[in-house]
Ligand binder design. Structure first.
Ligand code: FAD
Length: 490
């Protein structure tokens, strides 16, 4: 095989690209993996600075392990090369900080129903909440019942249940909006219910997970399969174009003008960038290109990253939510346009520094973020002020003398700098990519096989289910299956 000729070229070493590249390499294919970054993980790349490992938003990694991450490591024989450091802290908890109508903040342990008594819920309220949970679990087990909720929004579904306010708000905010980073008036109720099941399923997914070297470190280790099987990784290399000849993908050209050929080109660079910029919409059927250009982005996360000299958070994950925190998509547009200020939005607060080897002993790097519209050009001041005021209220220790070493903004420009390019006005900062919303999920979602022979798109924007990294990894498995015809059940 000529030096610049490969069996497959994968553009992008995000979770989706790395998954499909390493599965193909493990089959003995000569793969070229190209990424503009210097290591794998994409939007979930791990940064190593001042002794800390951290991502832009290292959240719950729903589902708990074992997950498709472990499945990937096992399939390609790398299970012994990665270490789940979260498993070393089994007492870790998700803590809910509920701000009620009267202004009181309740600290609730999500795994301990007894703490919910402190809310003063009546027995009938508790019974109604349990009945709603049982009903949702029953729906999650029935594909037919789930499908009947594909075109009903999570918000409408939850509003239709006769349940107490805290149950309605928490499930909708955490699993209707938070899991998909999309407002709950857009997310299908069926997906909220599936995410809820995954989120609470400790029987099949008992172990919290976070990896030595971070999420990006996990994928960088997986990517090593590529050179181990005769392929090559090009870091710090931006792909300029996907080359099309006689209606099929034949290779790529990099920004520095190098050309590589392969009968298979798999792009992890986002479906919009792939169609509009790398390939060129003139190569696609007009209706297809029009549809891709019209897809809606999901929400973004914006906030602060705090570096401390002392341990401030006892657990990895806190969710602060006020009783009226459910915002429709239109509210995020109003906030972006400066017509509305955030006043009662939920905030994710957390630190993976509670796990061993992630941060220097006793120190922490803490994130505190809220959802926002994905337009990177908007003024972030109002979000940052809102979050900081709540952090003063919730974690005053952070602001005591000498505790805060420094802080930095978790902005929207860094999202597309590390992940998928901004292609149109009003997008670029989205946490995942194409929204998982009604009309853009299940059979309405773009598939990984694009309408050009030999061209695939892997990652968050195509097939797959779940919270961001998990969805992208599942897409990697599904793309591999479509290419090879080999089944690896996901
Ligand atoms: C703020 C924030 C919060 C998030 N919260 C969570 C969470 O709590 N849990 C969770 O599971 N997920 C979360 N995610 C989402 C998760 O990071 C994404 O879903 C996931 O990274 C998507 O993976 P992907 O494979 O689609 O590609 P991406 O991660 O988008 O990676 C694409 C890769 O392609 C490369 N690339 C793009 N264009 C080119 C080019 N022209 N040439 C070469 N390389 C290129 C990029 O450098 C990048 O490495 C969050 C993301 C952000 C930003």
């Amino acid at each position: 095989m000529a030096e610049n000729q490969y069996d497959a070229i994968v553009i992008g070493a995000g979770p989706g690209g790395t998954t499909v590249a390493s599965l193909l390499a493990n089959d003995g294919k000569r793969v070229l993996l190209v990424d503009k970054n210097s290591s794998a993980g994409g939007k979930m790349i791990t940064i190593h600075r001042d002794g800390h490992y951290y991502e832009m938003f290292p959240l719950n990694l729903i589902p708990y392990g074992p997950s498709l991450f472990e499945k990937l490591a096992e399939t390609i024989g790398k299970a012994d090369k990665v270490r789940n450091v979260a498993a070393a802290f089994p007492d870790d908890k998700v803590i809910i900080l509920y701000h009620d109508r009267e202004g009181k903040i309740h600290t609730l342990d999500s795994g301990d129903m007894a703490t919910f008594k402190s809310l003063g819920m009546s027995l009938p309220d508790i019974v109604k909440s349990i009945a709603a949970v049982v009903k949702m679990l029953a729906i999650s087990a029935s594909p037919k019942k789930l499908a009947s909720l594909n075109h009903i929004s999570a918000l409408d579904y939850m509003n239709s249940l006769n349940i107490p306010e805290i149950t309605r708000v928490f499930i909708t905010a955490a699993f209707g909006e938070g899991a998909f980073e999309m407002s709950s008036d857009k997310v299908p109720a069926s997906h909220m219910i599936r995410a809820f099941k995954l989120g609470i399923d400790r029987k099949n997914h008992p172990t919290p997970r976070y990896y030595e070297g971070g999420v990006g470190g996990f994928f960088t280790t997986m990517a090593e399969t590529v050179p181990e099987h005769g392929g090559k990784i090009l870091w710090n290399t931006r792909v300029q174009s996907v080359n099309i000849e006689d209606g099929r993908a034949v290779g790529i050209t990099t920004e520095s003008g190098e050309t590589y050929t392969a009968p298979l080109v798999i792009s992890n660079a986002g479906i919009r960038q792939t169609v509009v910029k790398l390939v060129g919409e003139e190569h696609f059927p007009k209706a297809y290109a029009g549809r891709i250009k019209g897809l809606q982005s999901n929400l973004a996360d914006v906030g602060w990253r705090y570096f401390t000299t002392e341990k401030v958070l006892p657990s990895s994950t806190f969710v602060y939510f006020p009783y009226n925190c459910l915002e429709p998509w239109s509210a995020f547009e109003e906030m972006k346009d400066g017509k509305k200020k955030p006043t009662s939005n939920y905030i994710y607060i957390g630190s993976k520094s509670v796990y061993p080897t992630v941060s220097p002993e006793g120190k922490q790097v803490i994130y505190a973020v809220m959802s926002s519209h994905p337009d990177p050009e908007q003024d972030l001041t109002q979000y940052l002020d809102y979050i900081e005021s709540k952090m003063h209220l919730l974690f005053p220790k952070l602001f005591e003398d000498g505790v805060l070493e420094r802080k930095e903004v978790m902005g929207l420009h860094e999202v597309y700098a590390l992940g998928v390019d901004k292609i149109f006005d009003g997008q670029g900062g989205e946490s995942y990519g194409i929204a998982n919303s009604i009309g853009q999920s299940d059979e309405d979602r773009p598939t990984c096989d694009l309408p050009i022979r030999g061209l695939y798109c892997v990652g968050n924007d195509t097939e797959g289910f779940g919270v961001g990294t998990h969805r992208a990894t599942e897409s990697g498995f599904l793309t591999y299956q479509k290419i090879t015809g080999k089944q690896i059940p996901v």
